[in-house]
Design a protein around this ligand. Structure first.
Ligand SMILES: [Zn+2]
Length: 165
């Protein structure tokens, strides 16, 4: 594993593995994406993006991807194959990424991944380039109570730190 420079990601992967998640790191090249969830294989993170020193693939981003893909695995475990709906699977993935990064913000005083996750989802909502099932899942997450709670929580954090910008 090439995680020497990604200590927070490394700790989270190890924590999830201890709780039974299957997470593998595999070198896959730049054109196939950062992470995947496959029912039989678990979460696969593309080592290509773990090794590059590119601000577009910051540790915060990789943490968000990890939790997104783990959300897909939870959906696979919760819903029988014939009843699965792509939009619902994406919703569960976005929801898990928000829930877990909020936990980091609240319990580990590490708001970076939550802020990035929310910024990316908000940008994707207005990009006009998302496939229909993604767009629908994004619209649902932004309309959710969870999203509203996290927005309020961010506002309070800004006030606490005296940041009025
Ligand atoms: Zn997804």
């Amino acid at each position: 594993m090439h995680l020497e420079n990604r200590p927070r990601l490394k700790a989270l992967i190890e924590e999830e593995q201890r709780m039974g998640a299957s997470i593998r790191i595999q070198l896959l090249g730049p054109n196939v994406g950062v992470g995947f969830a496959q029912e039989n294989q678990g979460v696969i993170l593309n080592n290509y993006f773990l090794r590059v020193d590119d601000p577009n693939f910051s540790e915060d981003r990789l943490i968000v991807v990890l939790f997104h893909e783990l959300g897909h695995m939870k959906y696979f475990a919760e819903v029988p194959k014939l009843e699965r709906i792509q939009e619902d699977s994406e919703f569960r993935a976005f929801e898990n990424s928000i829930l877990e990064t909020r936990r980091l913000a609240e319990q580990q005083n590490d708001p970076g991944p939550l802020n990035l996750a929310m910024r990316c989802i908000a940008l994707r909502q207005i990009s006009g380039r998302e496939p229909q099932h993604y767009q629908a899942a994004i619209d649902r997450i932004i309309a959710s109570e969870l999203w509203k709670d996290c927005k309020d929580c961010q506002k309070n954090a800004d006030q606490d730190s005296g940041d009025n910008s």
